[in-house]
Design a protein around this ligand. Structure first.
Ligand code: SF4
Length: 738
């Protein structure tokens, strides 16, 4: 069926045919424009008319792993709420979590497996599952060692699927699966976990007891927006601010740009990009020198600050020494204080040293492992339930090199969109051309799926099974359950079942390594380990689905033990930047609170949601300080070219007084060329500008290490925004008064 844009006439025709789901026959179709109606006639047998049922499952809109309850009536999912007993979010949700229904009912979902005769053509031919599996199995027959690879997304690829893919690839002699997505890169998970290994001997993400803190110093941690567990931290922040009678906690935020977290702080300190560690070192030195903290700790840790020069730190960070002294006293004066090393600082080449300097503040104040202080994320007490590892940028670069060299014969991609999410300079799309078979499991035709031979759509997360080891869980380990809340709407199939079917088809050692008859059998066996003594397997399975996962009743925090690394003095390390001259501007990309790393761009509620700081929506803007804009000769709504040595994009100027004049900021999330009608052809992708710089210790992408130049284009376009800039427009047209 050739697609047509939906007109009122078409809509009425379709309505008249209620109950008949559009059928795609052997012809090629443009999937972007086809509209389907879901009929009430297809209501599930077990649905009681007029009765609501609530199902507990897990949100997959970001890697946090919040527990959700979905209201289902007449077989249709109607509303998503937070699961009140889930220890991570305790009934709360963010806007992205609420919008999850628009993933399930998205009109641009793939309805069946498809193949593309020519990659990138967007001409898809539907095929039967058996046909699709046969085609993949033929490519997998007698593979060379390390010639099969699987790229997943952390949080979007459920943990059980990660483990199943691991078994599958191991049996095939393939590479271990890699979980990589931009969200986790900007969160700084790789470098935060690596720093925990170096400083505390445990590979775990840090967690911070914001709720019980009196003073919080946040070094670029957007914990009220997107960072790690924003719902859990927002709840903790609410408690810190006004949950305790007569006590209101204080938040100070260090960052070159005023983010939403900074706007909620008592004080925003606009430091120079990449200088977070220098500020932390200076604060620590003042605390120790002036004996502001516990005296025994000042003596024990004085050596950490032997090499710190306050004047140098002030120069590097652009924060005067007197101001640093005031801040250090305010931090030390509190009963419970905590310093948080966050996402923005994790994007610099000096991230490990900077993170260590921030952790040191908690150490010298005796706040490691104390109420209102710093902890490590607890893991479930079962080896198989450690959080799935996040792939580093260097691991992805290695994969790209193997692909480009023709060493990868089959590439599976699930829940990740590397063509959009890796810097263009990595040349992932070009390397794909050398892979004979690319199989995507995406529910949508995104930029990577467009370059695949086959798309075998998985169920969406509201239709599928799974679990997620929550990382970081806050006060106890949590394994969050995922279960279908509705029957799959279309002819999609669980990727776990696809891998199991392929294993059976391949036979021999591969079939032996994956003996489970289906996904649910594997999942049941996997989670059975979590059941306590005296609980039957079936009893646990029922409770697992009713509660929405597994967690212990009481708190179980992980107290970090300082390693030998703390015997050495700390040193300030200057951040390194790529691109442009010294006069070029620092580029600060940031995750959109609505679209996050771009995965939310196909959901109109999220597109429509105004950015909390600029009120802008539906496009990409570049935030420029008015002083800098005047030097560049640009104003609000001017279109500019943003150029780095690695790429170039266009963006609309947003004059933003709350950013340093030497820095420009661009939200991540737009710039899709594909991904459905709400996302495609909208805005631009700042990731295309990034230098492929590596933070050496963790192998993470130094995503904040690029400088750019801005060139006016002479063109203008009004940015969709809620706030009015009529006054600005007027001043621009009539000039200054008098
Ligand atoms: S923080 Fe993430 S997991 Fe939690 S509700 Fe929001 S999008 Fe979902």
């Amino acid at each position: 069926m050739k697609s047509k844009p939906i007109t009122r006439r078409n809509f009425l025709k379709l309505s008249a045919a209620a109950g008949a789901v559009a059928v795609v026959s052997g012809c090629t179709v443009n999937l972007q424009q086809t509209e389907y109606l879901e009929s009430y006639v297809r209501s599930p047998e077990d649905a009681l008319p007029g009765e609501d049922t609530w199902y507990a499952t897990t949100c997959r809109q970001c890697p946090a792993g919040c527990g959700i309850l979905v209201r289902v009536s007449d077989g249709r999912a109607r509303k998503i709420e937070g699961n009140p007993i889930h220890p991570l979010n305790r009934g709360r949700l963010c806007a992205r979590g609420h919008a999850g229904l628009q993933v399930l009912y998205n009109p641009d979902r793939l309805r069946s497996p498809v193949r593309q005769a020519q990659r990138g053509s967007a001409q898809f031919e539907p095929l039967y599952w058996e046909e699709a599996l046969q085609q993949v199995a033929e490519h997998l027959a007698s593979p060379r060692p390390e010639s099969v690879a699987f790229v997943g997304g952390y949080g979007t690829t459920p943990d059980h699927l990660y483990w199943l893919a691991r078994h599958f690839l191991q049996a095939l002699g393939g590479l271990p699966p890699l979980l990589f997505d931009l969200y986790n890169v900007v969160d700084g998970r790789t470098v935060l976990a690596q720093t925990s290994v170096d400083l505390f001997g445990v590979e775990a993400l840090p967690v911070f007891d914001v709720a019980e803190a009196d003073v919080v110093f946040s070094f670029g941690a957007h914990f009220l927006e997107t960072w790690l567990s924003p719902v859990a931290y927002s709840r903790a922040y609410g408690w810190m601010r006004r949950g305790r009678a007569g006590k209101r906690g204080v938040l100070v935020h260090f960052e070159p740009r005023m983010s939403m977290t900074a706007a909620n702080a008592d004080e925003w300190v606009p430091i120079r990009p990449g200088s977070e560690g220098w500020v932390a070192l200076a604060l620590g030195k003042i605390i120790v020198e002036e004996n502001l903290g516990p005296a025994d700790l000042a003596r024990r840790y004085a050596h950490l600050y032997e090499k710190v020069d306050l004047a140098e730190a002030a120069h590097v960070s652009d924060v005067p020494v007197e101001k640093l002294r005031t801040l250090a006293r305010a931090f030390a004066d509190a009963h419970h204080q905590v310093a948080i090393p966050g996402g923005t600082m994790a994007g610099h080449t000096n991230a490990p040293q900077a993170i260590a300097a921030v952790h040191a503040l908690n150490l010298v104040m005796g706040q490691v492992g104390q109420a209102g202080g710093a902890f490590l994320a607890p893991s479930p007490p079962f080896a198989d339930f450690a959080p799935s590892p996040v792939a580093s940028f260097t691991q992805m670069q290695d994969l790209v090199e193997r692909m480009a060299a023709g060493q990868i014969k089959v590439l599976f991609i699930h829940g990740s969109n590397p063509v959009l999410e890796l810097p263009a300079a990595v040349r992932f799309a070009e390397a794909l051309e050398q892979v004979p078979l690319v199989v995507s499991f995406s529910s949508f035709v995104d930029e990577t799926a467009l370059l695949a031979d086959l798309i075998l759509p998985d169920h969406t997360y509201l239709e599928g099974w799974g679990y997620q080891v929550v990382a970081p869980a806050m006060d106890r380990p949590v394994v969050s359950a995922q279960q279908p809340v509705v029957r799959p709407l279309y002819d999609t199939r669980a990727t776990a079942d696809v891998l199991l079917a392929l294993a059976q088809q391949l036979g021999g050692e591969v079939a032996q390594a994956l003996p489970w008859p289906n996904e649910v059998a594997f999942l049941k066996e996997k989670v059975a380990e979590l059941r306590g003594l005296g609980v039957s397997a079936e009893g646990f399975w029922t409770a697992w689905r009713q509660r929405g996962g597994w967690w212990p009743e009481g708190e179980a925090r992980e107290v970090p033990e300082p390693s030998a690394a703390w015997n050495q003095p700390l040193e300030g390390v200057l951040p390194d930047f790529s691109g442009g001259s010294e006069e070029a501007l620092y580029l600060l990309p940031y995750l959109s609170t609505a679209l996050s790393d771009g995965r939310g761009a196909n959901q109109p509620w999220l597109q429509e949601m105004p950015d909390p700081m600029t009120t802008a929506a539906w496009n990409t803007w570049v935030e420029i300080n008015p002083e800098t804009a005047a030097e560049l000769g640009v104003g609000d709504d001017d279109i500019v070219r943003v150029i780095s040595p690695y790429g170039e994009i266009e963006a609309i100027v947003y004059l933003y007084p709350a950013i340093r004049p030497d820095t420009v900021a661009i939200p991540i999330g737009q710039g899709h060329l594909q991904y459905g009608r709400y996302a495609a052809g909208r805005g631009s992708n700042p990731v295309d500008l990034l230098a492929p710089r590596v933070e050496v210790r963790s192998g993470g992408l130094a995503w904040a290490a690029t400088r750019v130049t801005i060139i006016p284009t002479g063109r203008r376009r009004r940015l969709a925004r809620l706030e009015s800039n009529i006054g600005v427009e007027y001043a621009r047209e009539v000039g200054p008064p008098g």
